[in-house]
Write a protein that binds this ligand. Structure first.
Ligand SMILES: [Zn+2]
Length: 278
């Protein structure tokens, strides 16, 4: 009981109580909820990437291939105990300029697979893949089938960043029985600490409701500042920060996915465009 009382005195707990999350019930204390946080768009700038790599907790870093510092940052982050993902560039509905190694709907299956393989060899220690941009490509079933078949061969997991409300990526990944997740919360769609803090609390609330939740953010100073402050309170609040792979579970049936949607408050209309060259 003393642990519960002290948990409820922490600043984050006080905030969570203010938004109506019952942290101090015996039920909540029985098993810690888990969150995973992907920091992506890493590779262009060394300093911002280094701060994420040296963060004192198990963030998962997703790295753009063929970037000036991507390979080096992957090595450093891995040595710091971080899980590494490939942040695979894909074509977008806005026809934004494509990053090196972009996958597009114009590619043949052979070119698609070769480009993906080159991207994977440009980032060491990769455990999984999420899409960079991709609001156009993730709506295309055939290239998503190619992607998931290739990831299965490479024994990698997939996270749908959900940059389009109409993304098929998660559904196709599940149909291939590929270990896969989709993003629940974007932390820093608005680059303001108040917004990022509110999104962090939303992540915690979802984890409390569902047992787990997955966020994506970027190595902005504002985002990392919020995470530094918030993570200091997580353990006392009954939340474990874990690498993405720790959240993976066996492929679910469609009815289970629908139940997940309902429980997580999944909003089909929510979309997001990745910033680039952070
Ligand atoms: Zn991105």
């Amino acid at each position: 009981m003393s642990a519960l009382i002290s948990a409820c005195r922490s600043p984050l707990s006080a905030l969570l109580l203010a938004v109506g999350v019952a942290l101090c019930s015996p039920l909540a204390a029985a098993q810690n909820a888990r969150i995973a946080i992907i920091i992506d768009d890493i590779g262009y700038r060394l300093n911002t990437g280094l701060r994420a790599a040296r963060f004192p907790g198990p963030l998962t870093l997703s790295i753009l291939p063929h970037t000036p510092n991507g390979y080096r940052l992957a090595q450093i982050a891995h040595s710091e105990g971080k899980e590494i993902m490939l942040h695979a560039p894909m074509s977008s509905m806005r026809d934004l300029p494509l990053d090196a190694g972009a996958l597009t709907e114009q590619m043949s299956e052979t070119a698609f697979a070769a480009t993906l393989a080159q991207n994977l060899s440009a980032v060491p220690h990769v455990s999984g893949v999420n899409n960079h941009m991709g609001s156009r490509l993730t709506q295309q079933r055939e290239p998503m089938n190619w992607l998931m078949a290739a990831l299965k061969q490479h024994r990698l997991y997939f996270v749908d960043s959900r940059t389009s409300a109409d993304s098929l990526a998660f559904e196709v990944a599940r149909s291939h029985h590929l270990p896969s997740l989709r993003r629940d919360v974007f932390l820093d769609h608005q680059r303001e600490e108040a917004h990022i803090s509110a999104q962090f609390l939303r992540l915690i609330s979802l984890a409390k409701a569902n047992g787990h939740a997955l966020a994506i953010g970027h190595p902005y100073p504002e985002t990392l500042d919020v995470l530094y402050r918030g993570l200091a309170d997580l353990e006392a609040s009954g939340i474990d920060l874990v690498p993405v792979s720790a959240l993976l579970k066996p492929a679910a049936s469609p009815s289970f996915i629908e139940a997940d949607d309902k429980a997580s408050g999944y909003k089909k209309q929510e979309t997001y465009i990745c910033p680039v060259r952070i």
